[in-house]
Design a protein around this ligand. Structure first.
Ligand code: UD1
Length: 450
């Protein structure tokens, strides 16, 4: 297993480029299952979650090919429509194959995704939507089995207890493109990634109106056709890099930034006292004075994304005064708080909120990533901390950030990826001084500090 060794205290500066959006690419690749022709998706980031999605498609017999950031997908009429537990459990977004499969093939068997580190994440709204379209849904032995002759348009409300559902909207919207008649989805998620999926499906012959608003109107078509599409830039990667500038007192220009889709986040940074300049698709973040504490809630789009809550909390840990953070989307998403406390932060979690008292400094320590965005927050905190931070379980980070340490290092950070000397792969009988030296001299330094 790999880990990061982060030497903190460097001020980041320079220019960095954001890659394609993971959360746009995943439902688009899944929706390719509804299309009998060749699909080419440009700008797909090379991430573990994308690899898992491609593995899932391949396991069904879908032909995929990757070339220079583009992915070609061909789902023939002969594919199987089973998404097995072994793959779905690795990534919840796998459930996005359910709608496209049942709509095109009339049958899908998809494993239930199960638990997750950021809280209870049911898929009841996905199933409610597909059932409203006429799919017969059964839950058997940990699998959803959905069957239909042809889906029929319906009036569906996808509001959940914590707001609309993003992948639920993707699933039901993809399915409705092939349903007979008109579907109205009320309380649809308005996230840019849903809009990108709608653009993709419309280019393939679908008729979806209203994407980006809370009401979608979808006129079903008999079939979809070949399409080429470029995914939008990743707004969460852009936000994470912006926080990297802020937390190190740096000056970073982020290119290919989806500026229009992170306005509430940018407003929050400005409220904190950061200088934020947006010009076309680039965003310059500069720290010019002492930052101010803020209160914010993570909310569905266009609010501040829950996927940036942990990174912002890392920043607020170093902002003098008292800040309050609430997560209205995933009320239990605070696993990173305890790890930030290990680095010296003063954070108290009460229910779905956290109170943060800014400290003067963080100090490097061994910490553990619990989920994707928590790992990003810990990297950011490590960049600002005095001394060395060892971050373990970075496979969480690799799910959603492509070459993250390389991007940070190009801005002046010192983040080293290395084998974790404490991971099972290196703790066998042959593990000793020789193995440590052979692996990396840094490992010895890590050991010496224990
Ligand atoms: C997507 C994103 C994830 C992001 C999240 C919220 C992808 C691949 N993932 O996840 O990065 O953090 O949106 O912006 O795009 N809920 C229900 N019933 C359901 C579905 C969801 O009650 O059937 C609840 C969830 O528990 C949560 C809220 O609705 O409290 C929002 O979840 P949802 O938007 O579905 O998240 P995902 O689509 O899984």
């Amino acid at each position: 297993m790999e880990m990061f060794l982060i030497r903190g205290g460097r001020t980041l500066s320079g220019t960095v480029r954001v890659g394609g959006s993971k959360n746009a690419a995943l439902p688009i690749l899944a929706a390719s299952l509804a299309i009998p022709g060749a699909v080419v998706v440009h700008g797909v980031p090379q991430l573990r979650d994308v690899a898992t999605m491609l593995e899932l498609l391949n396991s069904m017999g879908v032909i995929t090919e990757q070339l220079n950031g583009a992915v070609q997908v061909y789902a023939s009429d002969e594919i199987t429509t089973l998404a097995p537990y072994e793959l779905v459990r690795q990534m919840r977004a796998s459930v996005c194959v359910l709608g496209p499969l049942v709509a095109r093939f009339g049958l899908a068997k998809v494993s239930l995704p199960g638990g997750c580190n950021i809280g209870h994440r049911p898929i009841d709204l996905h199933l409610k939507g597909l059932a409203a379209l006429g799919a017969d849904i059964q839950l058997t032995s940990g699998y959803v089995i959905a069957r239909c002759r042809r889906l029929k348009g319906a009036d569906i409300d996808l509001m959940g207890p914590s707001g609309p559902t993003v992948t639920g909207t993707c699933n039901v919207m993809s399915a409705a493109t092939l349903a007979e008649g008109c579907t109205i989805i009320r309380n649809a998620a308005r996230e840019p990634e849903v809009v990108d999926l709608a653009r993709f499906l419309n280019s393939a012959g679908a008729n979806i109106q209203g994407a980006g608003t809370e009401t979608l109107e979808i006129h079903g078509v008999d079939s979809l056709h070949s399409v080429a599409h470029t995914v939008i830039p990743d707004r969460i990667e852009a936000g994470t890099l912006a926080v990297a500038a802020a937390i190190t007192g740096g000056d970073i220009t982020i290119q290919n930034a989806p500026v229009a889709s992170i306005t509430s986040f940018v407003e929050l940074l400005s409220r904190m006292g950061l200088s934020v300049e947006a010009l076309n698709d680039s965003l310059r973040i500069r720290t010019r004075s002492e930052l101010r504490p803020v209160d914010f809630s993570a909310e569905p789009y266009p609010g501040i994304p829950t996927d940036l809550q942990a990174q912002l909390m890392a920043l607020l840990a170093l902002v003098p005064g008292e800040s309050h953070v609430t997560d209205l989307v995933f009320p239990e998403r605070f696993m990173h708080a305890a790890e930030l406390v290990r680095l010296g932060a003063d954070i108290r979690v009460h229910g779905n909120s956290a109170v943060i008292h800014g400290v003067e400094k963080l100090s490097g320590a061994p910490v553990m990533a619990s989920d994707l965005r928590a790992s990003a927050a810990l990297v950011l905190a490590g960049l600002a901390a005095e001394g060395q931070t060892e971050l373990r379980r970075i496979y969480h980070l690799d799910r959603g950030y492509q070459a993250f340490e390389k991007k940070l290092n190009s801005l002046g950070a010192v983040v080293e990826r290395m084998q974790d000397p404490l991971s099972p792969t290196m703790s066998g009988p042959h593990f000793g001084t020789t193995a440590r030296n052979a692996e990396s001299p840094e490992l010895d330094r890590v050991f010496d500090q224990r």
